[in-house]
Design a binder for this molecule. Sequence first.
Ligand code: ARG
Length: 269
Amino acid sequence: MRNILKNVKRSLALAAVALAGISLFPGTAAARSDDGQAQSTTQPVVGGTRAAEGEFPFMVRLSMGCGGALYSKTLVLTAAHCVSGSGANTSITVTAGSVDLQSPNAIKVKSTRVLQAPGYNGSGKDWALIKLAQPINLPTLKIADTTAYNNGTFTIAGWGAATEGGGQQRYLLKATVPFVDDATCQSAYGGDIIPNEEICAGYLQQGGVDTCQGDSGGPMFRKDSNGQWIEVGIVSWGQGCARPGYPGVYTEVSTFASAIQSGAAQLGG
Ligand code: ARG
């Protein structure tokens, strides 16, 4: 899996176009139709559908080809593997405020600094914060600081590939995926999961719905006990996208909540 991760990262770097995406695998949709309607298995299965304008106002796209979520009006939470290190960085453009990356209403703000997770070495600890040059006045996404929400059904969203190996998306896609427990995920990945630092989600048996290249750094989230969205995962890696037997692997946000809070304070909130 280290190899897998490396390959994923390499292709991300080469593509330099990454971003959110919901990945789909042809032929597996029928098993998942929520409304019980039969779906043709000869059609490509779309694991995601278009998000409505304003549905996930905290979602942002990063110019290096990743996703992210507004942690505060001046900070974006993303993946460590989406950034090159910590320190001054004015090279990232953050696009927010529309599901359509080409919308005239989209807000674009530059970065000023990056904080990559302390101790990040390419496996686990896959989180980073990006400080913005100007505040973005949109709703933020709260992070989970207990394990209470590390279960159930999660929402994923992004502008990344809609099929494994496919192109980036202009419009934000969304999907839902069920939690996969650590033991199951660990056996799927031959022991390459770091259980305390990673949380898995996906349709283990059938595949078909997943995040994919370009979705990295984006949030995996659910409703909390007050009915508010809460971030439980950060898109990190997987073997291919939406393959049966290979759930998506996400940074376990609750594990890093206090480190993220400290990092945010270091960056001035
Ligand atoms: N590492 C990828 C990225 O940089 C995300 C891959 C997620 N893969 C998955 N099967 N869930 O965009």
